[in-house]
Structures are given as structure tokens and as C-alpha cells.
Design a protein around this ligand. Structure first.
Ligand SMILES: Nc1ncnc2c1ncn2[C@@H]1O[C@H](COP(=O)(O)OP(=O)(O)OP(=O)(O)O)[C@@H](O)[C@H]1O
Length: 707
């Protein structure tokens, strides 16, 4: 295209973009002005919430509304954008990037043009079109990577951006994968796993809106900082029905604060803990050590092993969760107790054949027991109602209880402070809640109370006539009980409810999750609809995954799909070369991802005397976003993060401190692969052998101390 032709095209595209923005404005006005035609207050609330979501969807589209155009062979044009816009007759003027007709924008190639002739990419700043690039999809045409490279070279500012304008074909295939179950996406650092998983969520919310808008999507990440880094991507695509959480957040009300040893972490993450918890619960269903004496008006009755054992065995045989079986145990014990009490009362005068008199005595004793709640203390002792907190607290702080439930693990699991909850305890508390059979959500309680209220009314007598439910509760009131009253945004409701089940779950840094974590997560999504992203070479947790098949088999057998990403979009080739040597130490068979670009900037290492001074200087001289990554416990006089905390994040420049003290090769691998542009290493101690290839920096070049 000639210069003049290009300028003319640019003007014409600018005019088209402003036409699209006029459409956007009109759609916004319509959404904001739409008054809810609602009968009840509640309906109006729901309508307002819906409209707010629509307004939000239209609002976020402002930046980069339209980022591309496809020209069909037949001459038709398709404009591709962040959202879809339509004429009044529903003719599309802008195609949502997720629409099937937009797919060739990401996948069409010269070899397989999918009926397209040209792909045009727009570079916009705010609403202004700055330039465009064209790629002809004919014959041996080469891919124009300008837009991608511009996106990759853009400075990072601490929040992840969406990649809708530059999704690559291998990524697009995964984003649109039509598989309702489990999809595992594996790839080295920077291969876009997180980006792909989040765009897959946006895609699923688009194609399965009806299903997912009722249940929402859960996104699991390793730590709050990481969640803060990624949580703008989906809202920027207009999607808000998403809950972001770390595994430790999944037990509402609990904030783990304590750390634990790697050994305890490994043990607590193992599925063998299910057996330990079962044993710990069974240990709370006991025979009396000595008879518990229960005093009635006429007689004192011993509650001893002979009386308790049959009730205990029968209650255990029901297989019901502990708290639910407790009432069964109680009534069995009550029955046996009454028989024994009547035997004692009638000793010497009640004849075996006198059934009427016996029945009367049974009735009297039962009434006395029930009114005075006389068996309660014994039941509390023999089969106490337990909360998950109480069960675990009592177990971990008692060497005797640990000896019964987990004899070989006593020393690793014991702790003096019962309230010192750790992240690994979360999945245990969740499991314990299931085993104990407690339903504690407010909604459920209210539902139950209402149902009980209706039942009570049904049983009420009024002037000899039975008062029916309809007399006091109108049909519409009853019906209203069955609709969702809570108008809080879905994400807010879901996050506060342990029993919420999601339509889809994304697990990022999935290699860190333990067997117990997986059990907890599977309960959050009985449909088993998961996007799991991870990299086994970056595993830090001793309880984490060593093999995807082993981790998933107990939940979905072999019914899951695997996809690999192999191109590194973050780390320049020069840095990846250094990281590759470390990867070989983690796993000699693993292949490092191929960097999509080189920067011509070599990573360096500098041996220094004074770390604090050196770090301060390197930070001062760095450009863009900077992270200092240091081993835990190394004070560098500057805010720093540990390799573990840097997981999943990225920065323009990374200063890695004292790599020799980073205990594990996989942690070092994570730390080395965080930079999008520059990496410098500062050390007072010798470098690990794997980093010896780093270019050494000396003070020979004035004014070029660090970068
Ligand atoms: N198609 C793309 N277009 C533009 N940027 C991309 C593309 N794919 C990935 N990126 C960018 O590459 C960087 C790395 O992506 P991401 O964080 O998703 O990788 P990851 O595989 O999850 O890495 P890690 O394993 O280190 O957590 C991000 O800045 C992301 O936006």
C-alpha cells in the first residue's frame, strides 16, 4: 500500500471507529435509561443489578473497543472488538471477539485462511486510532508480529492486561476448547497460561451465560498479591460474576495466620488425612470410662458400657456424619435407659406380664428424661456435638488423641496453640465439616426455620378446627420462598458461602495444590468443570502435584484433556537461556519454553560487599516496574519478595539477591523468569553453579553500574 493509500485508509478507519463509538454511546444511554418495569421492590433490585452489569459491560469497552478487522474473500468486512454491538435489526456492527465469526481473526493463516483475505490490526490509544498493520492471508504470507511484540514490550504496571487483540492461534484453540470437564494447561513460565485461563473464562461466560450466571466462576490463585495482579482482566472484558480466592480463603470466616514446617505441610496435604480425621471422630464416640449416674425422682440409673455399647454400635453402623448420627445415638440410648430405669423402679413388684403398667412407667420416665434433659450430659460426654474447629483443635493439641488417630504422625502434627491455624488446615476443616455433617449457612438455617414454621402451623388446632397453612401464609408468600431473595452480586454471595457450588473453577499455579486441596475444590464444583493451569517444574509445595494424572484420577479418572503451551511471551531469550540451566537441574527431561523475542540485553551478576547499598543503587538505576527478589530472611533494606511470593507475577526489571541461599532449584527457576526486560543478580556469597554463565559486572565501566 502506498503512503497516500495508507493515509486514506487510516482516515476511513478512523471514521468507522467513531461510528462504532456513537453506537456504543447509544447502547449506554439505552441501558442507563431503561427503567425497571418491576412490580415488587425485589424485582426492581434485580433489574437494577442486571442493568448495572450491562452498563459496566459497555463502560469497559471504551478502551480499545475495536482492535481488528477481517476481510472475507467475497469482500465483506468484519470488525472485531471487545464486545458485540448491533443495529436495531440485530445486524452486528462489531463482532464480540468470542463470537464464532471472530475466530479466524486469531487462527487464519496463509496456509489455512478460513475464507479470509486480510487481517488488519488496529493500534489505538484511548479512542484514537494511531495506526494499523495488515497481514494478507494468501499463499506463503508471513505472520506480522508487530501488534504482539508491541504488547509484550509494553511496560508493566502491576496489573495484568487482557490479550484479546493479540491472542495466538495455540492459545485460541485452548480458550475455545469445547470440553465441559477438566482441561489441564501446562507450560513453562510466561507461556500465557494465566492469560489463557482467564480468557477461557470470559469465553465460557459468553457461550454458557445461562448456566454460569446462576452459579458463577471461581478463580483460585496462590496468594492475595497474585489475585490482585490478575483480578482486572475479567472485569476489563465486562465479566464480573467471578470470585477470586486462594485455597486458604475457601473456608469463610477463617484467616490462617500461622506457618508450618514443610514436613507438616506435606502430611496435612496428603489424602491419608481423611483416614486420620475419621479416626479422630470415631475416637469422640466413646464408651463411658466409669458409669455416669443419672438421677431420676425414684431411682438413680447408671449409664455404663453395657447400656451404651449397643446404641453406639448401631449409631456408628448408620454411616451418617457424626453430628447427624448423634441424635440417633441419643434416642437409642434413651430407649435403653428407660427400659433399665423401669426395671430398677419396678424391682420386686412389677410383674413381667403387666404390660399396661410397664407402658405407663415407660411414658413417665421418658417424660421426666425429656423435660429435664437428663441424658444430655451423658450424650455430650459420649457423643459430643462437634464443630470442625473443635475437632481439629482438640486433636492437634492432644498427644493422646494424636496417638489414637495418627500414631506415626504425632510429633509432626502436634502443636501447643490450638488457634494457630495454617493454610493447610483449611482443607482439613473443610473435610471435617463434611465428615461431621454440619450445615451452617445462614440461608439453610432460615429455610429450615421457615419449613418448621409451616409444619407447626399445619399441626396447630384452632377452635377444634385444623388451621391450614393457606390460612396464614398466602400462596405468593410461599412461592416467594422459592425464589432467590438475595440481591447481593453473585460473587459476593458465593464468596461468603462454603456450600456454594460453582459452574466452573479455574485453578492457577495448580502444581501447588495438595490432595486435600483438590478434595475441597472438587466439592466446590460437582460438575467437575475445571480449567487447571500449572507447571510441575515450578512446584514449591512439598504437598503439591508431581504428576497431573495422579492428582486428578481420584476425581475424574482419566476423563480430562491436556494441552501444552510452549512459547514464552514474557521472558526474553537472553534471560531464558540462564533459566534453562536451572530448569535442567529441576528436571533434566524438561524442555524450556521458547522465547518469542530477544531483547539484546544480557542478564548480569555483580559480586558486592554491601547488599543494602547495592540493592538501593540497582533499584534507583532500573527503569519501569522493579522487583527485588530475595530468599526468606535476607534483609536487603528495601521491600523485597521471596521467590514464592513472586510466583505468577512479572516486572520490567528484576533484581535477584543472594541466589545461593535460595534452597530449591524450582524456586530459583521461578525467580529468574519474572522479568519482561532485564535481570540483574546481586550477591555476596558464591553463585550457584547453574548461574555461573551470567555475565559478571565490575566497576570498570563508569556510569553503567547496573543496567
Ligand atoms: N497472546 C498474547 N498477547 C500479548 N501478551 C501475551 C500473550 N500471551 C501471553 N502474554 C503475556 O505474557 C505474559 C505472561 O503470561 P502469563 O502470566 O499468563 O504466563 P504464565 O504461563 O501464567 O506464567 P507463569 O507460569 O510464570 O505464571 C503476560 O504479560 C501476558 O499478558
Amino acid at each position: 500500500m502506498s503512503n497516500q493509500g495508507y493515509e486514506q485508509e487510516l482516515r476511513s478507519e478512523r471514521a468507522h471507529l467513531s461510528f462504532l463509538y456513537t453506537h456504543l454511546e447509544a447502547a449506554r444511554e439505552a441501558a442507563a435509561g431503561r427503567t425497571a418495569d418491576a412490580v415488587s421492590l425485589w424485582e426492581r433490585d434485580v433489574a437494577v443489578t442486571f442493568n448495572q452489569q450491562e452498563v459496566q459491560r459497555l463502560k469497559v469497552a471504551d478502551d480499545g473497543l475495536c482492535f481488528g478487522r477481517l476481510d472475507e474473500r467475497g469482500g465483506e468486512r468484519r470488525y472485531i472488538g471487545r464486545i458485540g454491538l448491533f443495529e436495531e435489526d440485530y445486524e452486528p456492527v462489531l463482532l464480540d471477539w468470542r463470537a464464532p465469526a471472530a475466530r479466524p481473526f486469531y487462527c487464519a493463516t496463509g496456509a489455512n485462511p478460513e475464507g479470509m483475505r486480510r487481517r488488519r490490526q488496529f493500534h489505538t490509544i484511548g479512542r484514537r486510532l494511531v495506526e494499523f498493520t495488515d497481514e494478507l492471508l494468501e499463499g506463503e504470507s508471513s505472520v506480522d508480529g508487530t501488534a504482539l511484540l508491541a504488547a509484550l514490550d509494553a511496560p508493566r504496571d502491576g496489573v495484568m492486561r487482557d490479550i484479546v487483540a493479540t491472542i495466538q492461534a495455540e492459545q485460541d484453540e485452548i480458550i475455545r476448547l469445547d470440553h465441559p470437564g477438566v482441561v489441564v494447561i501446562e507450560g513453562g513460565p510466561g507461556t500465557g497460561k494465566t492469560a489463557v485461563a482467564l480468557h477461557r473464562v470470559a469465553y465460557l461466560l459468553y457461550t454458557k451465560r445461562k448456566l454460569l450466571s446462576r452459579s458463577g466462576v471461581l478463580v483460585i490463585g496462590p496468594n492475595p498479591r497474585f489475585l490482585g495482579y490478575i483480578d482486572r482482566v475479567l472485569p476489563s472484558l465486562g465479566e464480573t460474576d467471578v470470585v477470586f480466592a486462594t485455597p486458604a480463603d475457601l473456608f469463610p470466616g477463617l484467616r490462617p495466620t500461622a506457618e508450618e514446617t514443610p514436613e507438616a505441610r506435606e502430611i496435612k496435604g496428603s489424602a491419608a488425612m481423611v483416614h486420620v480425621l475419621r479416626e479422630a471422630i470415631a475416637d469422640r464416640q466413646r464408651l463411658p470410662v466409669k458409669p455416669i449416674m443419672v438421677k431420676l425422682d425414684d431411682v438413680t440409673v447408671p449409664v455404663d458400657t453395657e447400656l451404651v455399647e449397643p446404641a453406639l454400635k448401631r449409631a456408628q453402623a448408620t454411616g451418617l456424619p457424626h453430628n447427624e448420627a448423634r441424635s440417633y445415638f441419643w434416642s437409642l440410648l434413651e430407649e435403653a435407659f428407660v427400659e433399665r430405669a423401669v426395671d430398677l423402679i419396678g424391682q420386686g413388684w412389677l410383674l413381667p406380664g403387666d404390660r399396661m403398667l410397664r407402658a405407663e412407667l415407660v411414658q413417665d420416665v421418658t417424660a421426666e428424661l425429656v423435660t429435664g434433659r437428663l441424658l444430655e450430659r451423658a450424650v455430650d460426654e459420649l457423643w459430643p456435638r462437634l464443630s470442625p474447629y473443635q475437632l481439629l483443635r482438640d486433636l492437634f493439641t492432644s498427644p493422646e488423641r494424636l496417638d489414637v488417630a495418627a500414631p506415626f504422625l504425632r510429633d509432626a502434627l502436634y502443636r501447643a496453640d490450638g488457634e494457630a491455624w495454617t493454610s493447610s488446615d483449611v482443607a482439613l476443616l473443610d473435610e471435617a465439616t463434611e465428615l461431621l455433617g454440619q450445615h451452617t449457612t445462614r440461608e439453610l438455617k432460615e429455610e429450615r426455620e421457615f419449613a418448621e414454621g409451616v409444619l407447626e402451623i399445619l399441626n396447630m388446632e384452632d377452635d377444634g378446627e385444623t388451621l391450614r397453612a393457606q390460612d396464614v401464609v398466602t400462596a405468593s408468600q410461599l412461592a416467594e420462598r422459592h425464589v432467590e431473595h438475595d440481591t447481593r452480586a453473585l460473587a459476593e454471595r458465593a464468596a461468603s458461602d462454603r456450600e456454594w457450588t460453582y459452574g466452573h473453577v479455574v485453578v492457577d499455579e495448580a502444581q501447588e495444590l495438595s490432595e486435600m486441596d483438590w478434595r475441597m475444590l472438587m466439592r466446590r464444583c460437582p460438575r467437575r468443570s475445571f480449567t487447571i493451569v500449572g507447571d510441575l517444574a515450578q512446584r514449591e509445595s512439598p504437598a503439591g502435584a508431581r504428576d497431573w494424572e495422579d492428582m486428578l484420577a481420584p476425581h475424574v479418572q482419566d476423563r480430562w484433556k491436556y494441552r501444552a503451551l510452549t512459547t514464552n511471551y514474557r521472558t526474553p531469550a537472553e534471560i531464558m537461556e540462564v533459566a534453562a540451566a536451572v530448569l535442567a537441574e529441576v528436571d533434566p527431561a524438561a524442555r524450556p519454553p521458547r522465547s518469542v523475542r530477544a531483547k539484546g540485553i544480557r542478564p548480569w551478576a555483580r559480586h558486592v560487599e554491601n547488599l543494602t547499598e547495592a540493592v538501593a543503587r540497582a533499584v534507583r538505576e532500573a527503569s519501569g516496574s522493579v522487583a527485588v527478589i530475595a530468599p526468606p530472611g535476607v534483609d536487603v533494606g528495601h521491600p523485597a519478595m521471596t521467590p514464592r511470593e513472586s510466583k505468577g507475577l512479572e516486572f520490567d526489571s528484576v533484581i535477584l539477591v543472594e541466589p545461593g541461599q535460595i534452597g530449591s532449584a524450582s524456586d530459583l527457576y521461578v525467580a529468574l523468569t519474572r522479568a519482561t526486560q532485564r535481570l540483574g543478580v546481586l550477591h555476596t556469597e558464591p553463585l550457584p553453579a547453574t548461574l555461573r554463565s551470567l555475565e559478571p559486572r565490575y566497576d570498570t565501566v563508569p556510569g553503567c553500574w547496573a543496567w
